[in-house]
Design a binder for this molecule. Structure first.
Ligand code: ADP
Ligand code: MG
Length: 358
């Protein structure tokens, strides 16, 4: 339906606000450079206050950057007002007109563009079918469920055939189950239409489920850009590793290197690691170990003592002490495995290719 999706490029974008508490200026977005390819679904992910909404609002034109340039396709758009930008935004609060019915809410942007009656009717009905609201066009929006209201908001954004669709935490007002349903639908619709989508969320599972690319932000700065797999398996730093999923951090020293692998000393224990090209021998490093990547055994890489052993159904949840470091492990399918009890000595076991060194 929409074939003119465009890419977005941010070049060294910063936004300065005054902190109301201290009265001092700070950078809500700090030198952000982003390239978003046409037709991709890209998520800005990070904790509350990290600058996601500010970034999105600068792309939409509701805020202007203090530094840098934003491009839509090849065109600089900093100076364009929101309605000239060929982007459309879906808000958390839906922002529907309560005194309009579904049809008129969706038709609004087309009426402003002065399309004919017939054109408007055709486009609105097509879009309502796409978001599965056919037959609902006469309802007032306050007679709709949260999920239906969000579909109307999505239809209203799509109907004007923008080149880029922007979403600011659109599902946070819905209950957990409906959020999962709606995120799958948003992804399906985006794929069918082929539109570029930029989606803001603080929910890492939402970001993983939706995205071609995730941009992780921390305190106004882009911490990492990558596919969900890149970011999960190769986090750039401890912040990213901890924000996306759960992670254990073991601090040590990289003692020897040979080819792409090496030895890390964690306290008194030496363990073999792979993929350490990026770390010089002799330097301090951190081993990132995902809870599901390790198991407990009577032998293994790191001796430990069990401090929590808890049956969770699909996995046995262990907390163990490796020296002074608490390590959390999830042993999946525990039914036929040996279960270690609190107080027992054991070894943490893992495949060297399942850990990541930063
Ligand atoms: P996020 O969407 O990631 O939660 P925001 O982009 O909304 O974060 O905000 C980033 C930072 O900028 C926060 O510290 C926030 O308080 C601040 N901020 C946002 N809008 C304004 C504003 N209009 N004036 C001053 N500070 C603001
Ligand atoms: Mg926000």
């Amino acid at each position: 339906m929409i074939t003119k999706s465009k890419g977005i490029r941010l070049e060294h974008i910063s936004k300065i606000y005054e902190d109301p508490k201290t009265g001092k200026d700070f950078k809500a977005v700090d030198n952000a450079s982003i390239i978003i390819e046409p037709g991709k679904f890209v998520t800005l992910l990070g904790p509350s206050g990290c600058g996601k909404t500010t970034t999105l609002r600068m792309i939409a034109g509701f805020e202007s950057p203090d530094e840098g340039e934003i491009y839509l396709g090849d065109d600089p758009i900093n100076k364009l007002t929101p309605n000239k930008r060929d982007t459309a935004m879906v808000f958390q609060s839906y922002a529907l007109f309560p005194h309009y019915n579904v049809f008129d809410n969706v038709a609004y942007g087309l009426k402003i563009r002065q399309l004919s009656h017939e054109e408007i009717r055709k486009k609105v009905m097509d879009i309502l079918e796409l978001v599965e609201l056919q037959g609902m066009e006469g309802r007032m929006t306050n007679q709709l469920s949260g999920g239906q209201q969000q579909r109307v908001a999505l239809a209203r954004a799509l109907v004007v055939e923008p080149s880029v669709l922007l979403f600011d935490e659109p599902l946070s007002n819905l209950d957990a189950k409906l959020r999962v349903v709606m995120r799958t639908e948003i992804r399906n619709i985006q794929q069918r239409v082929g539109i570029t989508a930029i989606y803001v969320t603080h929910d890492q599972s939402e970001a993983m489920a939706l995205s071609d690319q995730i941009i992780i932000m921390n305190k106004g700065v882009i911490a990492q850009v990558g596919t969900p797999e890149d970011i999960y398996y190769h986090p750039a730093d401890e912040f990213v590793a901890d924000f996306i999923g759960e992670a254990n951090f073991l601090h040590g020293t990289l003692t020897q290197k040979e080819g792409g692998s090496g030895m890390v000393m964690i306290g008194d224990y030496a363990m073999k690691v792979d993929q350490v090209d990026h770390i010089p021998a002799g330097s301090r490093c951190t081993v990132v170990l995902r809870p599901e990547s390790a198991t407990l055994g009577t032998e293994g890489q790191l001796p430990c003592k069990v401090v929590v052993s808890c049956f969770m159904g699909s996995y046995q949840n262990y907390h163990v002490m490796v020296g002074d470091t608490l390590v959390k492990l999830m042993e999946y399918n525990p039914k036929h495995k040996h279960i270690f009890k609190v107080g027992e000595n054991a070894f943490v076991r893992f495949n060297p290719c399942d850990i990541h060194i930063i």
